[in-house]
Design a protein around this ligand. Structure first.
Ligand SMILES: Nc1ncnc2c1ncn2[C@@H]1O[C@H](COP(=O)(O)OP(=O)(O)OP(=O)(O)O)[C@@H](O)[C@H]1O
Ligand SMILES: [Mg+2]
Length: 363
Protein backbone atom coordinates (compact mmCIF):
# COMPACT_ATOMS: atom_id res chain seq x y z
CA UNK A 1 0.00 0.00 0.00
CA UNK A 2 2.80 2.39 -0.87
CA UNK A 3 0.35 4.72 -2.56
CA UNK A 4 -1.87 5.13 0.52
CA UNK A 5 0.99 5.55 2.92
CA UNK A 6 2.48 8.29 0.76
CA UNK A 7 -0.92 10.00 0.70
CA UNK A 8 -0.91 10.22 4.46
CA UNK A 9 2.74 11.03 4.87
CA UNK A 10 3.28 14.27 6.76
CA UNK A 11 4.54 17.06 4.55
CA UNK A 12 8.07 17.91 5.60
CA UNK A 13 10.09 20.87 4.53
CA UNK A 14 13.84 20.78 4.06
CA UNK A 15 16.59 23.30 3.37
CA UNK A 16 19.60 23.34 1.07
CA UNK A 17 22.47 25.52 2.30
CA UNK A 18 25.31 26.86 0.12
CA UNK A 19 27.92 29.01 1.84
CA UNK A 20 29.89 30.52 -1.03
CA UNK A 21 32.96 32.72 -0.70
CA UNK A 22 30.92 35.87 -1.38
CA UNK A 23 27.32 34.93 -0.62
CA UNK A 24 25.12 32.42 1.21
CA UNK A 25 22.18 30.91 -0.62
CA UNK A 26 19.34 29.02 1.05
CA UNK A 27 16.39 27.20 -0.49
CA UNK A 28 13.43 25.59 1.28
CA UNK A 29 11.38 22.93 -0.49
CA UNK A 30 8.83 20.28 0.41
CA UNK A 31 7.30 17.27 -1.28
CA UNK A 32 3.71 17.57 -2.44
CA UNK A 33 1.92 15.07 -4.67
CA UNK A 34 5.25 13.58 -5.65
CA UNK A 35 6.75 16.92 -6.72
CA UNK A 36 9.38 19.04 -5.03
CA UNK A 37 7.70 22.37 -4.32
CA UNK A 38 9.60 25.60 -3.71
CA UNK A 39 8.61 27.27 -0.44
CA UNK A 40 11.16 30.04 -0.05
CA UNK A 41 14.68 31.00 -1.06
CA UNK A 42 17.14 33.76 -0.35
CA UNK A 43 20.63 35.08 -0.83
CA UNK A 44 22.87 37.20 1.37
CA UNK A 45 26.17 38.89 0.48
CA UNK A 46 28.96 38.17 2.95
CA UNK A 47 31.19 41.16 2.10
CA UNK A 48 29.50 43.51 4.58
CA UNK A 49 30.12 41.00 7.43
CA UNK A 50 33.84 41.51 6.84
CA UNK A 51 33.60 45.25 6.23
CA UNK A 52 34.07 44.98 2.44
CA UNK A 53 31.85 45.45 -0.59
CA UNK A 54 29.03 43.25 -1.84
CA UNK A 55 30.27 40.77 -4.45
CA UNK A 56 33.73 40.24 -2.89
CA UNK A 57 34.93 36.96 -1.53
CA UNK A 58 35.77 36.86 2.18
CA UNK A 59 37.04 34.42 4.80
CA UNK A 60 34.78 34.92 7.80
CA UNK A 61 35.38 33.80 11.36
CA UNK A 62 32.82 31.18 12.48
CA UNK A 63 30.90 33.64 14.71
CA UNK A 64 30.40 36.04 11.77
CA UNK A 65 29.25 33.16 9.56
CA UNK A 66 26.74 32.11 12.20
CA UNK A 67 25.40 35.68 12.35
CA UNK A 68 25.09 35.82 8.54
CA UNK A 69 23.42 32.42 8.34
CA UNK A 70 20.90 33.38 11.03
CA UNK A 71 20.17 36.61 9.17
CA UNK A 72 19.43 34.92 5.84
CA UNK A 73 17.29 32.23 7.49
CA UNK A 74 15.25 34.94 9.18
CA UNK A 75 15.00 37.14 6.08
CA UNK A 76 13.89 34.20 3.94
CA UNK A 77 11.37 33.14 6.59
CA UNK A 78 12.51 29.53 6.59
CA UNK A 79 10.52 27.26 8.90
CA UNK A 80 12.67 24.17 9.33
CA UNK A 81 16.10 23.21 10.63
CA UNK A 82 16.33 20.01 8.61
CA UNK A 83 18.88 20.53 5.86
CA UNK A 84 21.69 19.37 3.65
CA UNK A 85 24.80 21.51 3.31
CA UNK A 86 27.27 21.95 0.48
CA UNK A 87 31.00 22.23 1.11
CA UNK A 88 33.30 24.26 -1.14
CA UNK A 89 35.26 22.37 -3.78
CA UNK A 90 38.38 24.14 -2.51
CA UNK A 91 38.05 22.31 0.83
CA UNK A 92 38.33 18.95 -0.83
CA UNK A 93 40.79 16.85 -2.71
CA UNK A 94 39.30 14.99 -5.64
CA UNK A 95 41.23 12.30 -7.48
CA UNK A 96 40.42 9.68 -10.03
CA UNK A 97 42.35 6.48 -9.52
CA UNK A 98 42.59 3.22 -11.37
CA UNK A 99 42.69 0.07 -9.25
CA UNK A 100 43.04 -3.62 -10.15
CA UNK A 101 39.78 -5.47 -10.94
CA UNK A 102 38.95 -6.60 -7.36
CA UNK A 103 35.36 -7.50 -6.30
CA UNK A 104 33.28 -4.41 -5.43
CA UNK A 105 33.28 -5.16 -1.70
CA UNK A 106 37.07 -5.02 -1.58
CA UNK A 107 37.26 -1.69 -3.37
CA UNK A 108 37.10 0.25 -0.08
CA UNK A 109 40.24 -1.48 1.24
CA UNK A 110 42.14 -0.97 -2.00
CA UNK A 111 41.09 2.68 -2.19
CA UNK A 112 42.35 3.19 1.36
CA UNK A 113 45.76 1.87 0.38
CA UNK A 114 45.95 3.67 -2.96
CA UNK A 115 44.63 6.99 -1.61
CA UNK A 116 47.68 7.32 0.63
CA UNK A 117 49.73 8.05 -2.49
CA UNK A 118 47.57 11.02 -3.42
CA UNK A 119 46.50 12.52 -0.12
CA UNK A 120 49.24 14.59 1.49
CA UNK A 121 48.05 14.14 5.10
CA UNK A 122 47.47 11.02 7.25
CA UNK A 123 44.21 9.31 6.29
CA UNK A 124 43.08 9.51 9.92
CA UNK A 125 42.80 13.28 9.42
CA UNK A 126 40.40 13.10 6.49
CA UNK A 127 36.93 11.92 5.66
CA UNK A 128 37.33 9.65 2.66
CA UNK A 129 34.54 8.81 0.25
CA UNK A 130 34.60 7.04 -3.09
CA UNK A 131 32.42 5.78 -5.88
CA UNK A 132 33.14 3.30 -8.64
CA UNK A 133 32.74 4.71 -12.13
CA UNK A 134 30.49 2.37 -14.14
CA UNK A 135 32.48 0.45 -16.72
CA UNK A 136 30.76 1.71 -19.86
CA UNK A 137 31.59 5.29 -18.83
CA UNK A 138 35.07 4.38 -17.86
CA UNK A 139 38.35 4.51 -19.75
CA UNK A 140 37.36 4.41 -23.39
CA UNK A 141 40.61 5.47 -24.98
CA UNK A 142 43.48 3.32 -26.08
CA UNK A 143 45.06 0.99 -23.57
CA UNK A 144 46.11 -2.57 -23.00
CA UNK A 145 43.91 -5.35 -21.59
CA UNK A 146 44.99 -4.72 -17.99
CA UNK A 147 44.09 -1.05 -18.24
CA UNK A 148 40.72 -1.92 -19.71
CA UNK A 149 39.95 -4.36 -16.87
CA UNK A 150 40.96 -1.90 -14.17
CA UNK A 151 38.29 -0.21 -12.10
CA UNK A 152 38.14 3.57 -12.21
CA UNK A 153 37.24 5.11 -8.89
CA UNK A 154 36.38 8.67 -7.90
CA UNK A 155 37.93 9.48 -4.51
CA UNK A 156 36.98 12.52 -2.42
CA UNK A 157 38.83 13.55 0.73
CA UNK A 158 37.90 16.38 3.09
CA UNK A 159 39.93 17.39 6.11
CA UNK A 160 38.21 16.59 9.44
CA UNK A 161 39.07 20.04 10.80
CA UNK A 162 37.11 21.64 7.98
CA UNK A 163 34.05 19.50 8.58
CA UNK A 164 34.21 20.15 12.33
CA UNK A 165 34.32 23.88 11.68
CA UNK A 166 31.31 23.64 9.36
CA UNK A 167 29.46 21.55 11.88
CA UNK A 168 29.91 24.17 14.56
CA UNK A 169 28.67 26.93 12.22
CA UNK A 170 25.61 24.86 11.36
CA UNK A 171 24.73 23.99 14.93
CA UNK A 172 25.46 27.57 16.05
CA UNK A 173 22.84 28.66 13.53
CA UNK A 174 20.35 26.11 14.82
CA UNK A 175 20.57 23.96 11.69
CA UNK A 176 20.61 20.18 11.58
CA UNK A 177 22.32 18.94 8.42
CA UNK A 178 21.91 15.27 7.69
CA UNK A 179 24.85 15.35 5.28
CA UNK A 180 27.65 17.47 3.89
CA UNK A 181 28.61 17.09 0.27
CA UNK A 182 31.05 18.86 -2.02
CA UNK A 183 29.20 21.55 -3.98
CA UNK A 184 29.88 19.82 -7.31
CA UNK A 185 27.62 16.91 -6.39
CA UNK A 186 24.81 19.27 -5.38
CA UNK A 187 25.11 21.13 -8.68
CA UNK A 188 25.11 17.96 -10.75
CA UNK A 189 21.83 16.86 -9.14
CA UNK A 190 20.23 20.23 -9.80
CA UNK A 191 21.36 21.01 -13.34
CA UNK A 192 22.48 17.91 -15.21
CA UNK A 193 19.93 15.48 -16.60
CA UNK A 194 20.91 11.84 -16.54
CA UNK A 195 21.78 11.12 -20.13
CA UNK A 196 24.53 9.72 -22.22
CA UNK A 197 25.90 13.06 -23.28
CA UNK A 198 29.10 14.45 -21.83
CA UNK A 199 28.55 17.95 -20.49
CA UNK A 200 30.65 20.57 -18.75
CA UNK A 201 29.40 22.73 -15.89
CA UNK A 202 31.11 26.12 -15.53
CA UNK A 203 30.53 27.73 -12.12
CA UNK A 204 31.79 31.30 -12.01
CA UNK A 205 31.82 32.43 -8.40
CA UNK A 206 33.40 35.47 -6.81
CA UNK A 207 36.89 34.12 -6.11
CA UNK A 208 37.30 31.27 -8.58
CA UNK A 209 35.68 29.60 -11.55
CA UNK A 210 35.14 25.87 -11.25
CA UNK A 211 34.65 23.53 -14.14
CA UNK A 212 33.35 19.98 -13.97
CA UNK A 213 32.99 17.42 -16.70
CA UNK A 214 30.12 14.99 -16.24
CA UNK A 215 29.19 11.78 -18.00
CA UNK A 216 26.02 9.79 -17.30
CA UNK A 217 25.49 12.10 -14.32
CA UNK A 218 28.90 11.08 -12.92
CA UNK A 219 31.75 13.48 -12.24
CA UNK A 220 34.73 12.62 -14.46
CA UNK A 221 36.97 15.64 -14.08
CA UNK A 222 37.15 18.86 -12.07
CA UNK A 223 39.32 21.92 -12.29
CA UNK A 224 39.59 25.23 -10.43
CA UNK A 225 40.54 28.40 -12.35
CA UNK A 226 41.95 31.05 -10.03
CA UNK A 227 39.90 33.93 -11.39
CA UNK A 228 36.33 34.81 -10.56
CA UNK A 229 33.81 37.59 -10.98
CA UNK A 230 35.36 39.81 -8.30
CA UNK A 231 38.48 40.06 -10.46
CA UNK A 232 36.37 41.84 -13.07
CA UNK A 233 35.10 44.29 -10.45
CA UNK A 234 38.59 44.99 -9.12
CA UNK A 235 39.99 45.46 -12.64
CA UNK A 236 37.16 47.90 -13.50
CA UNK A 237 37.68 49.84 -10.30
CA UNK A 238 41.39 50.23 -11.01
CA UNK A 239 41.20 51.00 -14.71
CA UNK A 240 38.29 53.44 -14.52
CA UNK A 241 39.38 55.01 -11.19
CA UNK A 242 36.05 54.32 -9.53
CA UNK A 243 35.30 52.75 -6.15
CA UNK A 244 34.91 48.98 -5.88
CA UNK A 245 31.23 49.46 -5.02
CA UNK A 246 30.72 51.59 -8.16
CA UNK A 247 32.58 49.05 -10.26
CA UNK A 248 30.40 46.25 -8.89
CA UNK A 249 27.24 48.17 -9.82
CA UNK A 250 28.60 48.98 -13.27
CA UNK A 251 29.48 45.33 -13.83
CA UNK A 252 26.02 44.16 -12.79
CA UNK A 253 24.03 46.78 -14.69
CA UNK A 254 26.03 47.21 -17.91
CA UNK A 255 28.12 44.09 -18.27
CA UNK A 256 29.15 43.62 -21.89
CA UNK A 257 26.07 45.46 -23.14
CA UNK A 258 27.08 48.94 -22.06
CA UNK A 259 26.99 50.50 -25.55
CA UNK A 260 29.80 52.25 -27.42
CA UNK A 261 30.55 54.70 -24.61
CA UNK A 262 31.60 51.74 -22.55
CA UNK A 263 34.17 50.41 -25.02
CA UNK A 264 36.78 50.44 -22.29
CA UNK A 265 34.41 48.65 -19.94
CA UNK A 266 33.80 45.79 -22.32
CA UNK A 267 37.51 45.50 -23.12
CA UNK A 268 38.39 45.08 -19.45
CA UNK A 269 35.64 42.53 -18.93
CA UNK A 270 36.59 40.62 -22.07
CA UNK A 271 40.24 40.33 -21.07
CA UNK A 272 39.21 38.70 -17.78
CA UNK A 273 36.67 36.39 -19.35
CA UNK A 274 39.08 35.40 -22.12
CA UNK A 275 41.53 34.16 -19.50
CA UNK A 276 38.84 32.01 -17.88
CA UNK A 277 37.55 30.68 -21.20
CA UNK A 278 41.07 29.88 -22.35
CA UNK A 279 41.74 27.83 -19.22
CA UNK A 280 38.36 26.11 -19.39
CA UNK A 281 38.85 25.29 -23.05
CA UNK A 282 42.26 23.78 -22.35
CA UNK A 283 40.77 21.48 -19.69
CA UNK A 284 37.90 20.58 -22.01
CA UNK A 285 40.12 19.78 -25.01
CA UNK A 286 42.46 17.79 -22.83
CA UNK A 287 39.55 15.69 -21.57
CA UNK A 288 38.09 15.17 -25.03
CA UNK A 289 41.45 13.99 -26.34
CA UNK A 290 42.24 11.71 -23.41
CA UNK A 291 38.88 9.93 -23.38
CA UNK A 292 37.87 10.31 -27.04
CA UNK A 293 34.63 11.95 -25.91
CA UNK A 294 32.88 15.02 -27.20
CA UNK A 295 31.55 17.58 -24.70
CA UNK A 296 28.16 18.42 -26.19
CA UNK A 297 27.03 21.25 -23.95
CA UNK A 298 28.26 23.77 -21.38
CA UNK A 299 25.93 24.56 -18.49
CA UNK A 300 26.54 27.88 -16.75
CA UNK A 301 26.15 28.31 -12.99
CA UNK A 302 27.28 30.83 -10.36
CA UNK A 303 26.59 34.54 -10.00
CA UNK A 304 29.39 35.57 -12.38
CA UNK A 305 27.64 34.11 -15.43
CA UNK A 306 24.74 36.54 -14.94
CA UNK A 307 26.91 39.22 -16.52
CA UNK A 308 25.09 40.68 -19.52
CA UNK A 309 26.55 39.32 -22.74
CA UNK A 310 28.29 36.41 -20.99
CA UNK A 311 26.67 33.64 -23.03
CA UNK A 312 27.38 35.34 -26.37
CA UNK A 313 31.08 35.53 -25.58
CA UNK A 314 31.10 32.00 -24.15
CA UNK A 315 29.49 30.59 -27.30
CA UNK A 316 32.20 32.13 -29.46
CA UNK A 317 34.98 30.89 -27.19
CA UNK A 318 33.74 27.33 -26.75
CA UNK A 319 32.26 26.77 -30.19
CA UNK A 320 29.61 24.59 -28.61
CA UNK A 321 26.16 24.83 -27.10
CA UNK A 322 26.16 27.07 -23.99
CA UNK A 323 23.09 27.31 -21.76
CA UNK A 324 22.11 28.79 -18.40
CA UNK A 325 21.43 26.27 -15.66
CA UNK A 326 17.76 26.01 -14.74
CA UNK A 327 17.69 24.33 -11.30
CA UNK A 328 14.30 25.88 -10.45
CA UNK A 329 13.00 23.77 -13.34
CA UNK A 330 13.39 20.77 -11.03
CA UNK A 331 10.90 22.38 -8.63
CA UNK A 332 7.26 23.38 -8.76
CA UNK A 333 7.27 27.17 -8.74
CA UNK A 334 4.65 29.92 -9.22
CA UNK A 335 4.32 30.51 -12.98
CA UNK A 336 4.06 34.29 -12.71
CA UNK A 337 7.62 34.44 -11.35
CA UNK A 338 9.10 32.41 -14.23
CA UNK A 339 11.43 35.20 -15.35
CA UNK A 340 12.77 35.73 -11.88
CA UNK A 341 13.56 32.02 -11.52
CA UNK A 342 15.22 31.86 -14.92
CA UNK A 343 17.54 34.70 -13.88
CA UNK A 344 18.25 33.46 -10.37
CA UNK A 345 18.76 29.86 -11.50
CA UNK A 346 22.53 29.83 -12.05
CA UNK A 347 23.18 31.23 -8.56
CA UNK A 348 20.97 28.73 -6.75
CA UNK A 349 22.15 25.50 -8.39
CA UNK A 350 24.17 24.34 -5.38
CA UNK A 351 21.55 25.16 -2.73
CA UNK A 352 18.75 23.54 -4.75
CA UNK A 353 20.83 20.40 -5.33
CA UNK A 354 21.53 20.04 -1.60
CA UNK A 355 17.84 20.53 -0.79
CA UNK A 356 16.81 17.90 -3.37
CA UNK A 357 19.09 15.31 -1.78
CA UNK A 358 17.73 16.07 1.69
CA UNK A 359 14.19 15.71 0.35
CA UNK A 360 14.96 12.37 -1.27
CA UNK A 361 16.21 11.10 2.11
CA UNK A 362 12.68 11.43 3.47
CA UNK A 363 11.18 9.04 0.93
N1 LIG B 1 24.11 40.36 -12.48
C1 LIG B 1 25.40 40.11 -12.32
N2 LIG B 1 26.30 40.43 -13.27
C2 LIG B 1 27.60 40.18 -13.11
N3 LIG B 1 28.14 39.62 -12.02
C3 LIG B 1 27.30 39.28 -11.03
C4 LIG B 1 25.90 39.50 -11.11
N4 LIG B 1 25.32 39.05 -9.97
C5 LIG B 1 26.31 38.57 -9.21
N5 LIG B 1 27.51 38.70 -9.82
C6 LIG B 1 28.83 38.31 -9.31
O1 LIG B 1 28.81 36.95 -8.98
C7 LIG B 1 29.71 36.71 -7.88
C8 LIG B 1 29.01 35.86 -6.87
O2 LIG B 1 28.64 34.63 -7.46
P1 LIG B 1 28.29 33.40 -6.52
O3 LIG B 1 27.25 33.80 -5.56
O4 LIG B 1 28.05 32.23 -7.40
O5 LIG B 1 29.69 33.24 -5.77
P2 LIG B 1 30.07 32.41 -4.48
O6 LIG B 1 29.32 31.13 -4.51
O7 LIG B 1 29.90 33.27 -3.28
O8 LIG B 1 31.61 32.24 -4.74
P3 LIG B 1 32.49 30.92 -4.88
O9 LIG B 1 31.67 29.91 -5.64
O10 LIG B 1 33.71 31.42 -5.61
O11 LIG B 1 32.78 30.50 -3.49
C9 LIG B 1 30.08 38.05 -7.31
O12 LIG B 1 31.45 38.34 -7.57
C10 LIG B 1 29.15 39.03 -8.02
O13 LIG B 1 29.79 40.25 -8.29
MG1 LIG C 1 29.53 29.23 -5.28
Amino acid sequence: MAFLSSLFKKESSVLGIDIGSSAIKVVQIKKKRGRAVLETYGELSLGPYAGVEVGRSVSLQPDKLVAALKDILRESKTTTTSCGAALPLSASLITFISIPPVPDKQVGDVVNIEARKYIPVPLSEVLLDYSIIPKEDSYAGEGNAAEKQAKDVLVVAIHNDFINQYQSVMSGSGLQPSFYEIEIFSSIRAVVDQGVATVMVLDMGARTTKIYIIEHGMLRSSHIISKGSQDITLALSKALSITVAEAETLKRTSGLKGGPEYKELSEIITVNLDYIFYEANAALLNYQKKYSKNVSKIILTGGGVLLRGFTDLAKISFQTDVIYADPFGKLETPAFLANEFAEAGPEFAVAIGAALRRLSELE
